[in-house]
Design a protein around this ligand. Structure first.
Ligand code: SAM
Length: 258
């Protein structure tokens, strides 16, 4: 008893908020994991109740307006909340260890809203009638998702989705400084996660107008995201990242871009 009191009077008082932070991080992590799994079915058009080509019918104008709004909401949330200046501002209100989990939770909520409110635009742009080719294209799309998932583990899955931060906080460890990594795919392209998304979204055996809109807007957004992310990466890692940019291409493994 005497021993416990002599360690530090702050420890018991800190334990509960740390544990709550950890639980919050778990909730955010599983919310995101569920959302991204749902996204596979949503985009691919299988296994989930509401896909990119199903749901409430509406006029083309309404569908276009609603869908663009939903994608813009996600884009703004994702870009603004990821910036250093924003993080510095809002960590005055949100505890630092749960900052990433909160970002992840907000991203999931934006995606859930998008899946729920997405208006189908069912006119067909292309349809592959040859069954073998259609299966190959659908498999390619799944391959894109595999690249996305494996890449997150290559650079640090648990840190990207906030679990590392809340676990370290729970156990009283400091977060290590960010490390520049170039494992496996990162030797061929600088942005394998984004490349995986592009493959997953465009490799569609049946491409509807709605799906095409989704693929085109998300691809455009990925380029904006890369621009912002690389600006931060150069700031963080300096010449190491500048040299990496010269050595490794952005998205296409067979063509080196600056
Ligand atoms: C959603 S991930 C996307 C990573 C990468 N753009 C990709 O497509 O694989 C974004 C986070 O990864 C970090 N990041 C990007 N490239 C990295 C690298 N080579 N090493 C370490 N962190 C990296 C960024 O700082 C950012 O926090």
């Amino acid at each position: 008893m005497t021993q416990i009191q002599s360690i530090s009077p702050e420890v018991p008082a800190n334990r509960m908020p740390r544990f709550i932070g950890f639980l919050y991080g778990l909730v955010a992590y599983f919310a995101f994991f569920g959302t991204i799994l749902y996204a596979i079915g949503f985009v691919g058009g299988y296994a989930v109740p509401k896909t990119i080509d199903s749901g409430q019918e509406s006029s083309v104008t309404e569908a276009l307006a609603v869908n663009l709004l939903l994608m813009s909401l996600f884009a703004v949330q994702h870009s603004v909340m990821a910036r250093k200046q924003f993080k510095e501002w809002w960590t005055q209100y949100v505890p630092k260890p749960v900052e990433r989990s909160t970002y992840v939770l907000f991203a999931s909520l934006c995606l859930m809203l998008l899946f729920w409110q997405w208006r189908p635009m069912p006119a067909i742009v292309w349809q592959i009638s040859e069954p073998d080719v259609a299966v190959t294209v659908a498999t390619l799309s799944l391959g894109g998702w595999v690249i996305v998932f494996t890449s997150t583990f290559l650079i640090n899955h648990f840190e990207l989705f906030g679990l590392h931060q809340v676990t370290n906080n729970l156990t009283g460890h400091e977060m290590p400084p960010p490390r520049f990594r170039t494992p496996l795919y990162y030797n061929f392209v600088r942005h394998p996660i984004y490349l995986g998304f592009i493959i997953a979204f465009w490799a569609a055996p049946t491409m509807t107008v709605g799906h095409l809109l989704f693929a085109a807007v998300t691809t455009a957004y990925i380029f904006v995201g890369i621009f912002l992310e690389e600006h931060d990466l150069v700031e963080m890692f300096g010449d190491e990242y500048r040299q990496y940019k010269q050595r490794v291409s952005m998205l296409l493994p067979w063509r080196k871009s600056a």
